[in-house]
Write a protein that binds this ligand. Sequence first.
Ligand code: FAD
Ligand code: UDP
Length: 390
Amino acid sequence: MPEPTAIDFLIVGAGFAGLVAAERLSRAGFRCVVVDRRGHIAGNAYDAIDDAGVLVHPYGPHYFRTNSPRIVDYLSQFTGWHPVDYRVKSFTRGRYWSFPINLATFEQLIGREATSAEFEAWLAEHREPVETPANSEEVIVSQVGRELYELFFEGYTIKQWNRHPRDLDASVCGRLPIRTDRDDRYLKESFQALPAEGYTRMFERMIAASPGLEVELGTDFREAGGRWQWRHLVFTGPIDEYYGRRFGALPYRTLRFEHESFTADELAARRGISGKDGHWQPEMQVNYPDPEVPFTRIVEIKHATGQDIDASTIVREYPKDWTPDDEPYYPVPAPDAAAAYARYAELAATEENVSFIGRLGTYRYYNMDQVTAMALKEAEKLTARYASEL
Ligand code: FAD
Ligand code: UDP
């Protein structure tokens, strides 16, 4: 076995967390190596052209959004943007509903046109106020009452998490906006856009801009660990895995993705449903809250990417509990899971030369912009700490 090669940083994971940290640290003059056990960069944000020629998000739809101009400025060094107003529908009681809840949803519920004032009065009558919502049931029922909660949230949440909304943090269902005007955009943030040529291309440019950065794909940390001798390790994989699950596995939810592609002729035959040629369904995402339907949502990402292609691909998402053969897509945002994570976080806090960042490294239900912010902050801290050793 040859001697390990000395480097400044070994970075485990080539997703948002790992590559943003790697870019910053390389540009600061450190020698960095990134390893990822998957055969591609970009982590769960990876996008690629499928067999039908459609640009897809194989690990579920990734809608970039942020309120932070700093994050947009940072990423804009590596990509242009394709602005998107992400739009979603919910399918229940045999029909498509305007979603997230807004005035049009209310009009569908009562079967006639209405005003915002009428909807507000209806909500005032139906909501069950609580001062500080403690869980995902309370956060929705306190805003819209039980009927709309049961229609759109209860069944979907139980399928997605295999837990009752009562047993999940308020922030889970509280992510979704509820509006009394006609704004039906799915997200709340001020900046909503996709990287113009996709996430993978954005990260290729980020790597190209990182002097001397080496990226090893198809490489697990356990294997790479013997070949590199690092000053500091940045770990963006699951924190419980790093510690050999010594306090037990943390709970994760995972997804099975079922892809289906359609030709132009097949899509034309669905025009009455999709409302336009070249598409299978009316919006980029349709949520299915009904318990009888085994999947949670169908995504047709072409609506969002705006790709000019006759074919289209849809992806159905089937949630399930994580096993060691699965990708751990979602940390579970709930008090018991947070308590289990706290034991690992305590160990992590004693590490001198290891940083844990990212959605899995810190066991947080974080979006891409939040992970970017975390990686920028950690890179700044590490640069200051090791600057004198350059
Ligand atoms: P990841 O992207 O998971 O990267 C971690 C990488 O580490 C992986 O590639 C993994 O292979 C690698 N790794 C782990 N362990 C090891 C090891 N031992 N050795 C080598 N490599 C290892 N965010 C949004 O902002 N908008 C969205 O619309 C959105 N939609 C989502 C939909 C789904 C279905 C999912 C699952 C997530 C979604 N997210 C979304 C969240 C987004 O994916 C994350 O915020 C972001 O990708 C996290 O980046 P990361 O680098 O922390 O983790
Ligand atoms: N949710 C729901 N009904 C919906 C959409 C979302 O009950 O139609 C709840 C569900 O618990 C979900 C959470 O709101 O996990 C956040 O939804 P989002 O679409 O942001 O989830 P993600 O894209 O992260 O899977």
